[in-house]
Design a protein around this ligand. Sequence first.
Ligand code: 5AD
Ligand code: SF4
Length: 469
Amino acid sequence: MRVLLFKTLRVFSELNLQADFENHKIFTMSKKYYIKTFGCQMNFNDSERLRGILKTMGYEPTEDWKEADLIVLNTCTIREKPDQKVLSHLGEYRKIKEKNPEALIAVSGCLAQRMGWELVQKAPAVDIMFSSFNMHQLPELVNQAQAGYRAVAILEEPPEDEDRLWDFPTERDNPYCAYVTVIKGCDKNCTYCVVPFTRGRERSRPLESILAEVKTLVEDGVREVHLLGQNVTAWGKDLGLSEGFALLLRKVAEIDGVERIRFTTGHPLDLSDEIIEAMAEIPQVCDALHLPFQSGSDRILEMMDRGYTKDFYIGRIEKLREKIDTIALSTDVIVGFPGETEEDFKETLDLIARVRFEQIFSFKFSPRPGTPASEMENQVPDDVKTRRMSQLLALQKSIMGEIAREYEGSVQEVLVEEGRGDGTYIGRTTTNRWVSLQGNDKLLGRIVKVKVKRSSPFNMDGELLEVLR
Ligand code: 5AD
Ligand code: SF4
């Protein structure tokens, strides 16, 4: 295990941590934290956990970083852009020390993991750094930093007590929909992707721990749980369960009060028939699936080491639609992977036209240090990536316009999540589309039947027909 730390890193025994944790409660009363999150839903949920940890330590949140005693940047490094964003924010936040020399700056998440020591050298204002593996050690690290040490604990591998993280609560803003991380890491090694380096190998969270959190959330008023993982469909494999994720879906659905279940992100290779069956059979599983395809060209898919072909992907979609005909699909795609020709790109457009996704997240290939694809020959020039991207977006725009029109006049079940203060309420359909409707506060957290009056690619206006549950 590689542990980087200025001056010292104490061995974290359970007892020490607890003791420090208790002290912390006393010394950090009424201090304020500001947290800035970059990246994916996993990172977002990690930040919810960090907020829970900080609350337990006696910290209160502030919306203004200039007021904070502790600034936490939970970072992403999936592409070059998030890297740059983090570094520019760090440049801004370091000014806090001019006003409050005692203020601490902490950096966690994937960029911290990838850059390690280099980040501290680039940004000397950083006081605390830790991996996504050891978020539960935040109280100890804050203690060290307050004692004048620079506390950098970037671990090469997850520590044995990683699951202690689940003992901490999360702090959430949405009272009705909650993320629940069920698996960490990824075993897939796609040649473009930095995640296996930053998040480690797949580690499924124990079933009891997941179910206990879901029960607590439901008792707290949550109606929709969103199961999260870099490769959520692989849940249970490392626990020796071959059809683990289908089992997990059934177990979560058995909990009284769980009205809706979503999950992100699935991998086409792990989306087994059993999972599709479970999705079709369990009424609470939403009619939406995010299933990245990345490229429509078999040649590029092989260079990406995705492990499937275009036909395999389309076969999975056909199977899904055969079982759940209303399912709404979303996906991720990369344009301009090294060596991508016009022919390869046409295969991507062809897949998009055939599947007709409701939403596409498209990215220009971004070479990530240490990944095989960053060293491949025939890197695609940026102007070609830009042109292909706009072609792709134009195609997708027309598909989204068509799909939007198909919604008009339909009746949808909507979970009402938020009021806008002017009698307008918003919620999502089971297919993950936002709908606005007129109503009152009694609708909050309720699943209602709505007739869609007007629909555009990103939102719809509906008329309330009836409150269902
Ligand atoms: N360049 C561009 N896009 C990437 N993604 C992952 N790595 C890269 C990269 N190096 C995209 C993939 C993934 C999404 C989260 O980000 O499409 O599914
Ligand atoms: Fe970014 Fe990937 Fe880390 Fe999520 S797992 S924060 S997308 S690098």
